[in-house]
Design a protein around this ligand. Structure first.
Ligand code: CP
Ligand code: NVA
Length: 310
């Protein structure tokens, strides 16, 4: 809305690199500050008292839902959990009207939805900050947690390399944005039919990012410091059988993982499908950091909330 200044968290490529670096660093700090505290205890510097976050879920969620809820409470604030289907939005009320009305009740809105356009429209008309809790295009909150996770295990990510194996999906888009903004190399191994969004790849090339796409998973993983994958069938995808067929050569298994650097970590945003995109031996093996990654969603969300709410 014209004249209203607010900080939306919509995507990593539309936020300054310096701001993103601070969000990750604040996530590390918030995590350290909780050592020895119970999950429900408020943070020593809880700073969102009297603030209310509305969370709209038009798709299922475990991590995003619970980490935003727990995180907002730890910051001293409160949440409202709204299913898209329970709102008048599900009966045709416009996004613009919904945005303007919610802005009169709450201090920030987090939305998980299919259409990225819906997120952008919500942000355009809301007078309060809007957070992208996943769309078909991207999943930026996930990346703040993923970067935290890599860094707490292996140090600064700038200058390191990451291999993405599988579907060039919404999480892959946010990895591409992150590679440019945080200065690391990203090699994506995807079949042609499920390659990342060409416009996102063009953006990365324009920014002189070190982002490469190949159909060869072995070549992508060779010597890399981090191997990442995600489900072959994202929420809303219809062509499961074809996806399984084309994505099978991109499974992260022990043989593929052996090609990475000896100290490479394995990451997955979860939920995972053991025996499909990743084998049990890898996801439950010594290189996997998936539960730290899931935990870091909590610290990351809080850092994002503090950035949005000031
Ligand atoms: N990784 C992630 O966003 O998980 P949920 O779908 O459970 O929120
Ligand atoms: N790509 C997955 C991510 C789930 C967190 C999906 O969109 O379903």
């Amino acid at each position: 809305m014209a004249g209203v200044s607010k900080q939306d968290f919509l995507d990593l490529h539309v936020i300054a690199a310096e701001a993103l670096r601070k969000i990750v660093d604040e996530g590390h700090r918030l995590k350290a500050a909780r050592r020895g505290l119970g999950q429900a205890a408020p943070d020593p510097d809880a700073r969102q008292q009297d603030k209310l976050l509305a969370m709209i879920f038009e798709k299922p969620s475990t991590r995003t839902r619970v980490s935003f809820d727990a995180g907002m409470r730890q910051l001293g604030g409160q949440t409202l959990n709204l299913g898209g289907g329970e709102m008048q939005l599900g009966r045709g009320e416009t996004i613009a009207d919904t945005a303007r009305v919610l802005s009169r009740y709450v201090d920030a809105i987090m939305i998980r939805t299919s259409g990225h356009d819906k997120l952008l429209e919500l942000a355009e008309y809301a007078e309060v900050p809007v957070i992208n809790g996943l769309t078909n295009f991207s999943h930026p909150c996930q990346l703040i947690a993923d970067l935290m996770t890599f860094e707490e295990h292996r140090g600064p990510i700038a200058g390191r390399s990451v291999a993405w194996c599988g579907d060039g999906n919404n999480v892959a888009t946010s990895w591409i944005h992150a590679a440019v903004q945080f200065g690391f190399e990203l090699r994506l191994a995807c079949p042609d039919e499920f390659a990342p969004d060409p416009a996102v790849l063009r953006w990365a090339a324009d920014q002189r990012g070190k982002v490469h796409v190949t159909a060869d998973a072995q070549a992508a993983v060779e010597g890399t410091h981090c191997v990442v994958t995600d489900t072959w069938v994202s929420m809303g995808d219809k062509d499961a059988e074809r996806r399984h067929k084309l994505l099978a050569p991109y499974q992260v298994n022990e043989k593929l993982m052996d090609l990475a650097a000896v100290d490479a970590v394995f990451m997955h945003c979860l939920p995972a499908h053991r025996g499909e995109e990743v084998t049990v031996g890898v996801i439950d093996g010594p290189q996997s950091v998936i539960f730290d990654e899931a935990e870091n969603r909590l610290h990351a969300q809080k850092s994002i909330l503090n950035w949005c709410l000031g």
